[in-house]
Design a protein around this ligand. Structure first.
Ligand code: UD1
Length: 385
């Protein structure tokens, strides 16, 4: 029995790691082999290789080298390359995770080659079709055969869309497996000593959504609002390549903030960090400011206050039960949110069901069962209705 596992972009790597480790652990008894395909969507050392090393992910069997380009160029390049790959190395099941372009592209290719697809982190919805990720989620879930869900709501959304109960497996949040496993290994990045950072006395920020960073004026207003309201607490900003490109465009080729034509006191731009160093900063921060979805899940488990610069989220549980607040993308909303934080009135999170470090165990148990049982006829999405 053969599995093909897809990984493409940074937020995939912490999701595939525990699944791969569990598959390897059980391989002697299950006999299930896997082929790891890296689409190359993310390709910089700091966006990809560092994660493979730190999370002990084995070298991919193949890297399709499909980084960069527009949404369509990237998706198409991955589809063309993955079709060749899957024809040369047929699989009984393709496992895709999350909601990046690689997830979408490989699901379409697999289904057109009559290969079953299992989606890990299925059923999430932000209900915002301006996000490429939302389109990726909807299409992947319309095609997938098996659905591993991180929350009860995700299962409800899939059932509502007509997915039969016996295809949905509520396993918990696999990203949290990696977080809990590696928490004892989180380590200080260089910037800690360089800036003499102190626990609970700095803010860490990430911004990379096209809607927040592609417009340089908007990005500038956000950075001004954040630094203007951060009350001399340093703001550490590991800069995603997409954001770095915008900063560089308006800054005569420099991606460093100290060369910026406008000043942001207290804002420290650094290159993207690896998993262990980034999460050390998140774990010890006064707060996180972000437009990521995954980080809001991690801060909810670590108990770090999280201010999200988005109008919606595919992880509403992080707002209802976790430490996350959505404040929208208007820079005017930043000051009041930071005031609540500095007054010590940020909400405390509570436990999220099955975000307990055991999701991969459940996923692999189901995969082994699915691959070793008699194939059942699968309904397509129209028959589901
Ligand atoms: C992608 C995901 C997003 C995820 C994010 C995390 C999609 C639609 N979006 O967005 O869900 O939150 O990853 O990082 O899949 N680049 C580099 N080096 C790299 C990677 C990217 O320079 O290692 C450049 C690309 O060439 C491109 C830009 O950064 O110009 C954006 O990369 P891309 O993969 O298209 O989307 P992300 O914004 O990273």
């Amino acid at each position: 029995m053969n599995l093909t596992i897809i990984s493409g972009a940074r937020p995939n790597f912490m999701k595939i790691a525990p699944i791969i480790h569990e598959l390897n652990r059980l391989k002697p008894e299950s006999g299930i082999d896997f082929r790891l395909v890296h689409t190359g969507q993310h390709y910089d050392e700091k966006m990809s290789d560092t994660f493979f090393r730190e999370l002990n992910i084995p070298e991919p069997h193949v890297n399709l080298g499909c980084g960069g380009g527009t949404q369509a160029e990237q998706t198409a390049a991955i589809m063309v390359a993955f079709e060749k790959e899957l024809m040369a190395h047929p699989a009984d099941l393709v496992v895709v995770v999350g909601d990046v372009n690689s997830t979408l592209a490989c699901s379409i290719v697999a289904k057109k080659l009559h290969t079953k697809v299992a989606h890990v982190e299925a059923g999430l919805r932000s209900w915002d079709l301006t996000m490429p990720e939302e389109i990726n989620r909807i299409v992947t879930d319309a095609l997938a055969d098996y659905f591993f869900t991180p929350t009860p709501l995700a299962g409800k959304i899939l059932r509502h869309a007509g997915v039969p109960d016996d295809r949905i497996f509520f396993v918990g949040n696999v990203m949290i497996d990696t977080l809990l496993e590696h928490r004892p290994r989180f380590r200080k990045p260089l910037v800690w000593d360089d800036l003499k950072l102190e626990k609970q006395n700095y803010i860490i920020m990430t911004l990379h959504r096209p809607s927040n960073v592609d417009d340089s004026q908007k990005l500038r207003s956000m950075l001004e609002a954040i630094t203007g309201a951060s009350q001399d607490v340093p703001v550490i900003f590991p800069v995603h390549p997409r954001t770095a490109k915008v900063i560089s465009q308006i800054n005569n080729g420099h991606s460093q903030i100290n060369n910026f034509p406008f000043a942001f006191p207290g804002l420290h731009l650094i290159p993207p960090l690896g998993y262990l160093e980034f999460n050390y900063l998140v774990d010890n921060a006064k707060a996180v400011i972000t437009d990521s979805g995954g980080i809001t899940a991690e801060t909810s488990v670590l108990g770090t206050p999280c201010i999200t610069l988005r109008n919606n989220t595919e992880w509403p549980e992080t707002v209802e039960l976790g430490t996350n607040e959505l404040i929208g993308t208007n820079p005017d909303a930043i000051k009041p949110a930071l005031e609540i934080l500095f007054e010590g009135n940020w909400k405390k999170g509570s436990v999220l069901e099955l975000w307990d470090g055991k999701a991969a165990e459940k996923i692999v148990k189901h995969l082994i069962h699915l691959l070793s049982s008699e194939p059942q006829p699968l309904t397509d999405s129209f028959q589901r209705l």
